[in-house]
Structure formats: structure tokens, C-alpha cells
Design a protein around this ligand. Sequence first.
Ligand code: ATP
Ligand code: MG
Length: 266
Amino acid sequence: KTVGVDAGGTLIKIAFWENEELKFQKFPSTDLPAATEWIRRQFPGAEICVTGGKASLFQALMQIDSEQMIEFEATCSGAQYLLRSQSLPADSFILTNVGTGTSVHYVENNRHLRVGGIGVGGGTLMGLSCIMTGMSDYKEIISLSRQGSRKAVDLKVSDIYEGTTPPIPGDLTASNFGKANHPGQKWSDQDLLASVIGVVGETVTTVSILAAAQHGTSAIVYIGSSFVDNDVLRETVTGYTILRGAVPTVLTNGEYSGAIGALLSL
Ligand code: ATP
Ligand code: MG
């Protein structure tokens, strides 16, 4: 038996084989002991490889001999595996991991390069949502965001160029939250949540697009738990990536890339 673990800033992702099929499990990172206990009970005597920012902490708690793998290597290798198993092109692409923070890589065949990262990611989504609406449950936040509209919060290019033809598409965002500087005015929770996801989505897309141009590719693969059940983020990111002339893939099970990479290293 072999088990791959990605202990990230927010979630612990676990990948393992069952009847030659990949299976997954996740736990909140605030509950490391529950995850170590689960592994100990499910896979006695298994070979384990751990990656992610909390890998060392996880290993210390688990008190079972285990391997450790560099997070970026695990993530890129797992993402390539998922692409190939889903019959998607996997030779050369930008890999954008929207986790707690966002990390951007260029993957070419068996080479990978970390292009950079930004602090705007899934943690930003959760933090700004909490400040603006008091909500802290991921499922509730993304579910309510579906009913929201960014119209009253975000300033579009067409809002600035009112009455004339803008030099760039009027539908582009000119300023995220650019209509929100009115003390005393209230916005609905759903509109605020839609706009929070909008600023996160447009920011991660912009850095991905620039990275793609820098490396001469147009394929951008998006992974990370921030996309899980999050239609609004998926649509923002895919729509905006296409509008900017690149080809987006929001990889199915992509949030498990790190755990899969760790699993495959055994
Ligand atoms: P990092 O790679 O930055 O260390 P991580 O690996 O823990 O962090 P992911 O699991 O890829 O990051 O993504 C975490 C984000 O996914 C959260 O910030 C949140 O936006 C979203 N998310 C999805 N499901 C949940 C959940 N059940 N609980 C909390 N956040 C969730
Ligand atoms: Mg991660």
C-alpha cells in the first residue's frame, strides 16, 4: 500500500490506490491529528510520502517513517499525471495552483520552473468574504456567490467611457470594487461575494496570462481547492483566460495534484 499526502495551508489532501483506481480524501489543516489518525487506521504499514508547507509538522505528528517531497515537484508531476489520464495535452503549459495562496509554474515535458506566485488566492477569497459578510463557511460562500452580480460593485471600462466607444472591450473590469467607495451605501452579501471571487479570479488569470506569454505557450491549467464546486471562480477564470487569447483547463481533481505527485514518487 502507498499513500500520498499534501499538507497545505488550508487543507490536507490524501491520494491512494484502491482496486487500481485513484481515490482521494481531505481534512482541514486545522485538524492534522484527525488526518494522521485516519491514515494510521486505514493504511497500517503503508509507504507514505508527504508534501506541502505543513509536511514536516504532519510527519512529526504521524510518528510513522515517511518520505518527504518538494511541493512544487509533487504538484507539477501530479498535474501532468492527471492531464495524461484525462487525455489532455500535457507537454507544455502554465500551471496555476490557486491554493491558500497562488503559485504559478511553467511545465515543459519533464521540466518545471516556478515562475512566481501571488498572495491573492483561496485564502483571500475566504478572508475578504469574512470581512465583508461575516460568513466563513466555504460551501455557503460559494453557494451564495452564485446569486450575486458584480454590476453595483465593480467599475467596468464602459462605465468610464460612458457614451463613447472605449479603446478596449467595454465589458472588461476597469476597477474591481471601483463602485464601492460610497460610505453608508449597502451591498447585498451575494453581490459582495461575487465581486470578491471576481477580483481573485481576474488577478490569478492576469498573472497566468502574462506567464504564458513570457514562456511562449497559450495553455493554462488551473488547479487548487479554490475551484472546488466554485462555479463563479471557474467561469470568471475560464472566461477571462479565453478573452485574453489563451486556452484554459480547470483540471478535474486538480486540487489533489500534490498528493498524487507524492503518491507516484513511491
Ligand atoms: P497552499 O498550497 O497555499 O499551502 P492549500 O494546499 O491548503 O494551500 P488548497 O487546498 O488548494 O490550498 O485550497 C485552499 C482554498 O480552497 C481555500 O482557501 C478555500 O478558498 C478553498 N476551499 C475549498 N474547499 C474548502 C473547504 N472545505 N474548507 C476551506 N476552504 C476550502
Ligand atoms: Mg497546496
